[in-house]
Design a protein around this ligand. Structure first.
Ligand code: GAL
Length: 392
């Protein structure tokens, strides 16, 4: 058999992780037809998917995030994995917030390959050592560190000006500024009071402050090129989900020696997550066995370990040991378990796990316009309330 897989894993770290899956399938005699669509966060991939499904020719499996999965399920074009899920006991080992996106109307329609989170900062250890910096634990300490890095002549904050990257920082700043309950009220419940609050104005003030630490060439830069700036010692920090770790690892770097990973100050104990899932589409009977084998392979505990070690994410099952993971990965697994147990685990807005696509896009537009100086913070708050209302 053969599977055709649509995905957006085209950076060095992402491709290395995908290779683990390709090789695993190859060892089982299943061919891999690659359908990569570059573009972090997957916006472009979703456009290509729409065209394929409209043409009546969907791929076997598609990498997908959060509410997009539910949207496609609603269209009645995805395949049912329930029999396999039942036989393999997925319901017992996949965390409930992850399962929410793998199932629709009681049926399993996707195989979750990982759990990422967005409230991370990646830092260059040599620059931190040279300037006598330690991991900041508050907003003030973060700003003091960014100032020091900038004064020393480095780019303080490596960033790519793309809407989903701006929104990834916004996820963390909303959480850090108002706390995780505020994050939930504003970005998951879409409560107009939270969206229009003074706290939200402070969030935008902080975003404007962070904007002063990026370099002049940030516009349009891909996220992995921003990671490279930290890896190469040109920039001090990057605020990005833990797929960034895949780039550091792919460059031969080691956490604690070459780079540091820490939670965005003020968000420790909470996790804003996204889970990459492979959604199976309705394909011809002859393709079905390979499709089922793909789903089963993705869910194997040993595969979840070897894949996520390379990807920077953590397993989408609770029964996988953290033994093979580096220090950042072990922390990520412990943080996820803690947040899941404490009710401080929520979906990432930036990566489609907090609100459906239309609302996500509406928030992107406001956040990016403000980040680029089109709105002051007060206007951004007003625009946010209106845009979210109009998008629902
Ligand atoms: C995220 C995805 C990650 C990573 C990142 C950048 O949305 O969940 O796996 O690929 O985009 O492309």
């Amino acid at each position: 058999g053969q599977v055709e897989v649509l995905h957006w894993w085209t950076s060095g770290g992402e491709a290395a992780a995908l290779n683990v899956l390709k090789e695993d399938l190859q060892s089982k005699g299943i061919g891999w037809q690659d359908m990569p669509v570059a573009g972090g966060g997957g916006e472009q991939a979703m456009t290509v998917l729409r065209a394929r499904v409209t043409a009546g020719n969907p791929p076997t499996a598609v990498q997908m995030l959060g509410y997009d999965i539910r949207d496609w399920a609603e269209q009645g074009v995805v395949a049912d994995l329930s029999e396999t899920a039942k036989a393999e006991g997925w319901a017992e080992v996949v965390p409930e917030p992850v399962q929410f996106f793998s199932t629709y109307d009681g049926a399993w329609i996707a195989a979750p390959v990982n759990v990422h989170s967005t409230n991370w900062i990646w830092a260059n250890k040599q620059i931190f050592d040279e300037l006598g910096l330690s991991e900041p634990t508050s907003w003030d300490e973060l700003i003091a560190a960014l100032d020091k890095i900038q004064e020393a002549g480095y780019v303080a904050l490596a960033h790519g000006g793309q809407d989903w990257q701006d929104a990834t920082i916004f996820d963390a700043v909303v959480n850090a500024t108002g706390g995780i309950e505020f994050y939930k009220a504003a970005l998951i419940d879409l409560d107009p009071e939270a969206l229009g609050s003074d706290t939200m104005k402070e969030v935008f003030d902080r975003m404007a402050k962070l904007r002063t630490y990026v370099d002049d060439n940030f516009s349009g830069r891909d996220w992995n090129l921003a990671s490279a700036m930290v890896i190469e010692g040109k920039a001090g920090m990057q605020m990005m989900g833990d797929w960034a770790k895949g780039e550091f690892i792919n460059a031969g770097q080691t956490p604690g020696e070459d780079f540091l990973c820490f939670r965005h100050p003020g968000t420790q104990g909470t996790v804003t997550f996204n889970t990459d899932q492979f959604v199976m589409f309705q394909v011809g009977e002859e393709q079905r066995p390979a499709q089922i084998e793909l789903a089963k392979s993705i869910m194997e505990p040993s595969f979840q370990s070897s894949f996520n070690v390379v990807k920077g994410s953590v397993p989408a099952r609770t029964d996988v040991s953290d033994e093979a993971f580096d220090a950042c990965g072990k922390k990520a697994m412990a943080d996820l378990a803690e947040a899941n147990a404490n009710g401080t685990l929520y979906g990432s807005l930036a990566h489609g796990h907090a609100a459906p696509a239309a609302v996500k896009q509406a928030i992107y537009d406001v956040v990016t316009a403000h980040f680029n100086g089109e709105y002051d913070s007060e206007t951004a708050v007003e625009e946010l309330v209106n845009a979210v209302e109009a998008a629902q």
